[in-house]
Design a protein around this ligand. Structure first.
Ligand code: NAP
Length: 323
């Protein structure tokens, strides 16, 4: 069944969303602050609304995709629009935080609208393809009732929970993983450039090493979920083994004058674990030192450009003694 849908915001991603809906025959009205950016969609059959109010008024489902939630609020939180959303379903596909999504859900419900919040785990070229992944959270009935619309946006659309903040929480978690890899790649590039290794070689060696890293990440998640932090027969590598190799990276970076900002962040986590006596634990034991561990960021200080860890008050050793 085709539906009447408004797409508010037709930047790179919003245009891809509107195109995918049009390809499946949905009656699609679009609005963009800069009208010219919406014009190409008219050729695909979209109606271009002269105002956000007219776009919203024309639709049963309103998909919002702008830069951030502040921009969404600037568009929707106006008296006329707040009245116009009554009885409609707002689907916020703009990236945001879990608490931002929960607050927006409350506001929409107060104004008589349904609310779903989605995290797009794809670039615009994946939208409308089988491999397009979008995580959606919030009212499960609203998701079920409109699943065909969401499937038009990507073959891998999933409802991930009733809490509207859950999709954004998963988004941040997955992006943290992605940036770990991307910032790791920046360090690897700097090392190769400093050592005169051509980057094509790095790319080839990474292809061979990546499955090992994927296995380590999967093992880390599994062990942390089970709380198996002490080294055992199945431990792939202990914290101290990692730290030994990590020292080589730090020495190389210092010798070659490579920026240590990212590596020093890693070092701070190692140091917290050492100060808590976790030298021989499984690498998964480090997961205890991200905010909910015994030593928090407040317990580290910077002296002469180096992070110094203060053991917690109940720890028996002097500073860094257990290293
Ligand atoms: P974009 O091309 O820069 O588009 C931004 C859109 O937001 C434009 O339509 C812009 O309107 C609108 N906008 C910004 N501030 C506004 C305001 N105050 N009032 C009205 N409209 C406003 O960005 P994008 O790549 O499409 O990203 C849009 C959202 O999708 C972001 O939340 C992004 O994180 C998310 N996302 C993007 C990707 C991606 O690969 N691109 C992937 C996943 C998620 P104007 O045209 O008038 O400036």
């Amino acid at each position: 069944m085709t539906r009447s849908i408004a797409v508010v915001g037709t930047g790179r991603m919003g245009s891809a969303l509107a195109s995918a809906l049009l390809a499946k025959g949905h009656r699609t009205t679009v609005w963009n602050r800069t009208k010219e950016k919406a014009e190409a969609l008219a050729l695909l059959g979209a109606t271009i609304a002269p105002s956000a109010l007219e776009a919203v008024s024309a639709a049963e489902i309103v998909i919002v995709n702008v830069s951030d939630y502040k921009a969404t609020a600037a568009i929707l939180r106006d008296d006329a629009l707040a009245s116009a959303i009554r009885g409609k379903l707002i689907v916020e596909l703009t990236s945001g935080t879990p608490h931002g999504a929960r607050e927006a859900a409350e506001w929409c419900v107060e104004h008589g609208a349904g609310y779903l919040d989605g995290a797009i785990m794809a670039t615009p070229d994946f939208i409308g393809t089988d491999a397009g992944t979008i995580l959606i959270s919030g009212q499960s009935q609203a998701f079920r009732d409109n699943e065909a619309v969401f499937r038009a946006l990507g073959g891998n659309v999933q409802h991930v929970g009733q809490d509207p903040g859950r999709a954004n929480a998963l988004d941040s978690a997955l992006l943290a993983l992605m940036w770990g890899e991307l910032f790791g790649a920046l360090q690897a590039i700097a090392v190769c450039q400093a050592e005169g290794i051509e980057l094509g070689e790095l790319g080839r060696q990474w292809t061979a090493t990546a499955p090992v890293v994927e296995g380590l990440v999967a093992d880390l998640i599994k062990r942390t979920n089970a709380g198996r932090f002490a080294s055992d027969d199945e431990t792939l590598s202990s914290i101290s083994t990692h730290y030994g190799a990590f020292q080589h990276l730090l020495e190389l970076m210092d010798a070659r004058g490579i920026d240590r900002s990212v590596a020093d962040g890693y070092d701070a986590i190692f140091q917290r674990a050492f100060a808590a006596g976790q030298l021989h634990g499984d690498f998964a034991a480090l997961s205890q030192f991200f905010g909910q561990g015994r030593i928090t960021a407040a317990a580290t200080t910077k002296e002469a450009g180096r992070l110094v860890v203060q053991p917690p008050p109940d720890h028996p050793c002097e500073e860094t003694e257990c290293l």
